[in-house]
Ligand binder design. Structure first.
Ligand SMILES: [Zn+2]
Length: 485
């Protein structure tokens, strides 16, 4: 089935075609900066990329090579891994006088927590082609920076290397993903921060000179050494080329990464490699919490762990995120999470009913094709779920033939390979403990029957039913079952 995707480059929905023309698709996702536990806004972004790779594989039948990087070197990881910055660093063994070593210990700790978290919401880490740490790719980053300088679009100033944006904009359009007001460009102004706003369009940093007690790497260039560390934007350009090769098929990230991160990535890769970064750029919208932008000052800032600590199932969080279209703002609320929990269970109960072979009818039913068609259309999960729920509401499993039930189970298995929130199996047997007072009533009834006091036996059976249990007579005596509620 042809997959259609909104491409931020063209601002239109396009039929997807692979760079190679074959079945291999290279997908690069800007991964987390590992300096803390991830918040639910991050989770939305990674769930979107996970959805994309699942739809490409299962609906599009592509062989997806999916890379999600780990940003382990940037302003924030350096700040928070510095000795004395956090009281708990000692517990992580961060006490050596080697800042590179401390950075690694610190970022690996949060990288592992990140992997646990995304695993809990069903992100298929097994499908990662690799999960590269930026600091393992310092060499390719340095080579790219050398290329950029040699091609005339980079220069050294006080040990830093900057991208000469003015020279670049004289040749190539800057602002392919995000409208950048080039009137805001300030010639001669240099930006050292990894993150900056649209009013600060200027020469941005590729390599930052070593500062006291900060992690650094030697950088030989033209007989000089420029000890320091990479800027954030150069990391993804170099890893994308080194691991997958540019141009990528699809580059993903949140809308907040369009500028400056992705714009800078496009400029650097073209200036240094002469290559486009990606044929398709796909961005997911923000997550709001209780109708407002999530922020610590508003008290509506949640990590994934904050939500699961309240007793919520991570798969309900996954289902909530997938219930909205990736290009719309999602409003995260706890009442929404409760509603989603019920909706998820509704599908689960339907699946369990398909496994129940006690009653078979003569009807047949099918749903996968319509669900897949909605997903192929720019990953339209709300439409796919609408189709699924309408199907469930209009289909009684007991009216289906045994063959149709089996076929539907396979369809739901494939649908679940994409949504990843259900168990496609028979309902697990629940071990019910029958309360003593119910057993006492059943024993009294057994005695009444033996005494041929049938009126008493009938009224005792009614009393048991009233308490929600069904009593059945057997040769040996009786059985008790808890009624479905
Ligand atoms: Zn990136």
């Amino acid at each position: 089935m042809t997959i259609r995707l909104f491409n931020t480059l063209s601002k239109t929905i396009e039929d997807f075609q692979s760079v190679s023309g074959g079945s291999t698709v290279k997908v690069y996702t800007c991964g987390p900066t590992v300096y803390n536990y991830i918040h639910i806004g991050n989770i939305r972004s990674f769930l979107f990329s996970d959805l994309l790779q699942r739809v490409l594989r299962i609906v599009g039948k592509y062989d997806v090579q999916w890379v999600m990087n780990i940003t382990d070197i940037d302003d924030k990881t350096i700040r928070d891994s510095a000795i004395g910055s956090k009281e708990w660093l000692n517990d992580m063994g961060i006490q050596s006088d080697n800042p590179n070593h401390n950075l690694r210990l610190f970022t690996e700790y949060f990288a592992q927590k990140f992997i646990e978290d995304i695993h809990s919401v069903g992100i298929q880490t097994a499908h990662f082609h690799t999960m590269p740490r930026a600091t393992d790719y310092i060499e390719p980053m340095q080579q790219l920076i050398r290329n950029i300088i040699d091609n005339g679009y980079g220069y050294v100033s006080e040990g830093n290397v900057y991208f000469a944006l003015g020279d670049w904009m004289a040749k190539e359009h800057y602002g392919k993903l995000f409208t950048v007001d080039t009137e805001h460009f300030k010639a001669g102004v240099r930006i050292d921060a990894d993150e900056y706003d649209r009013e600060s369009v200027s020469d941005f940093v590729l390599w930052k000179a070593r500062k006291n007690n900060e992690p650094y790497w030697d950088f030989p260039y033209n007989g000089y050494n420029l000890p320091g560390r990479p800027g954030w934007h150069i990391e993804c350009s170099a890893m994308g080329q080194d691991i997958l090769g540019l141009p990528l098929d699809i580059h993903t990230g949140g809308v907040d990464l369009r500028f400056p991160h992705h714009e800078d990535e496009i400029a650097q890769s073209k200036a240094g490699y002469g290559l486009d970064t990606a044929n398709y750029w796909c961005h997911n919208e923000f997550l709001e919490v209780e109708g407002k932008k999530m922020s610590k000052s508003l008290g509506n800032f949640y990590t994934l762990r904050d939500i699961t600590d309240k007793g919520y199932d991570p798969l309900d969080i996954r289902f909530l995120m997938l219930s909205g279209h990736y290009s719309s703002v999602i409003n995260f609320t706890f009442s929404g999470l409760d509603a989603v929990q019920k909706a998820r269970k509704r599908v689960q109960d339907f699946v369990y009913a398909l496994f129940d072979t006690r009653i078979n009818g003569d009807a047949s039913a099918t749903v996968f094709h319509d669900v897949a068609t909605a997903l192929a259309d720019n990953l339209h999960t709300p439409k796919a779920l609408e189709i699924l729920f309408s199907f469930i509401n209009n289909t009684n499993p007991a009216t289906l033939t045994a063959e149709s039930k089996l076929a539907l189970i396979e369809e739901f298995r494939t649908i679940n390979d994409i949504f990843g929130v259900w168990n496609i199996e028979a309902k697990p047997q629940e071990h019910i403990i029958i309360p003593d007072d119910i057993i006492a009533l059943a024993e009294r009834r057994l005695q009444a029957k033996k005494d041929k006091n049938f009126a008493e036996a009938d009224s005792l059976r009614a009393a048991i039913a009233e308490k929600g249990y069904t009593l059945k007579d057997t040769k040996e005596g009786y059985t008790l079952e808890l009624n479905e509620r």
